[in-house]
Ligand binder design. Structure first.
Ligand SMILES: [Zn+2]
Length: 327
């Protein structure tokens, strides 16, 4: 638990952290930047544990009292601050950071503050934080996790050591998922949807919502050729209601039609994202010509652009379904 072993494809970053500990050159503030699910929190907690391990090695021993209480969630010198309703307010910084830094660690060597989604600090919060960051006590270390470090003041950035998280290759995510309980087909699919983030793959694996969205998209793909006009309008209304899920639905749809197109052209299962739905893929390939599949892919992309631009949802949905069905 809380070890570097669970983090894939970020060896350089981990090596830098280990070297800093080894040579006693640990900075007062670090930024780990990367999208959700890329392992920022895992790195931060593994580093925090290492810093307070009683044996003081490059990695946490996992056995000393500090390591054990860290894994149990009882370690008293690690503090977590994150946004509430999308924002970290100045009071949060004052109460949980600026006041806390004044007293020395309770049992560890360092007091460590993990600020999650740190760019969500509003201007007042960032300015309050900056005051502490400018002259932190010796025993304080800040670990800022960001999805977009540009949201932080340049004066904060200049005082932090920054690391960018590296995306994990699809094949590595697939291997990781199989090692951790997924079947081949599921691992294949999730590793594609993960976009380089192991955490995202794991989140999707347990998500009823994702299962529902996938079922919805397959239902469209398999049925749309048989819809009459009344049914098409009914379905349009359904999609229009699903405004929030619509981008995710379109993403699944685009992968389904991409799969169908590839299968139609190559007949090879091994290239498919949804290889575990091969019977459905064959069905879709029977209903659409190669040309129609290509056009469906275009239509889905077009609809995604329109949705991202928040254009008329009714018209976008109609156009999408008509294009897939008729062309
Ligand atoms: Zn230890």
């Amino acid at each position: 638990m809380n070890s570097y072993d669970s983090i894939i494809n970020n060896e350089i970053l981990i090596k830098s952290l280990k070297t800093a500990v080894k040579h006693d050159r640990v900075s007062h503030a670090y930024i780990f930047d990367g999208e959700r699910g890329m392992g920022k929190k895992s790195i931060a907690y593994a580093f925090a544990k290492t810093l307070n391990c009683e044996r003081g090695g490059e990695t946490a021993c996992g056995e000393c009292l500090a390591c054990r209480s860290f894994d149990d969630g009882n370690f008293p010198d690690v503090f977590y601050v994150g946004p509430e309703n999308g924002v970290i307010k100045v009071d949060e910084i004052k109460e949980n950071i600026n006041t806390q830094v004044l007293t020395s660690p309770y049992s560890g060597k360092y007091k460590i503050f993990i600020i999650d989604d740190a760019e969500k600090m509003n201007a007042a919060a960032q300015n309050a934080f900056l005051k502490t960051l400018e002259e932190p006590p010796e025993y304080v270390i800040f670990l800022l996790l960001t999805q977009n470090f540009n949201g932080l003041l340049p004066t904060i950035l200049s005082r932090c050591v920054m690391f960018k998280m590296q995306p994990v290759p699809q094949a590595d995510i697939k291997r990781y998922l199989i090692k951790n309980g997924s079947g081949e087909g599921e691992a294949d699919m999730l590793s594609h949807y993960a976009c380089g983030a192991v955490g995202r793959a794991l989140e999707l694996r347990g998500s009823d919502k994702f299962a529902e969205i996938t079922a919805f998209a397959f239902d469209i793909s398999l049925g749309i050729k048989d819809w009459d006009v009344v049914e098409l309008y009914r379905r349009t209304a359904v999609l229009k209601e699903k405004k929030e899920e619509a981008p995710a639905i379109l993403r699944v749809l685009s992968y389904i039609f991409r799969d169908a197109l590839i299968y139609k052209m190559t007949g090879a299962e091994k290239y498919l994202i949804h290889s575990h739905r091969i019977a459905d893929m064959k069905d879709i390939c029977k209903k659409f010509s190669t040309r129609q599949l290509m056009r469906a892919c275009d239509a889905i992309e077009h609809a995604s652009v329109r949705m991202a631009a928040k254009m008329d949802m009714q018209f976008t949905a109609e156009q999408l379904y008509y294009s897939i069905k008729e062309r």
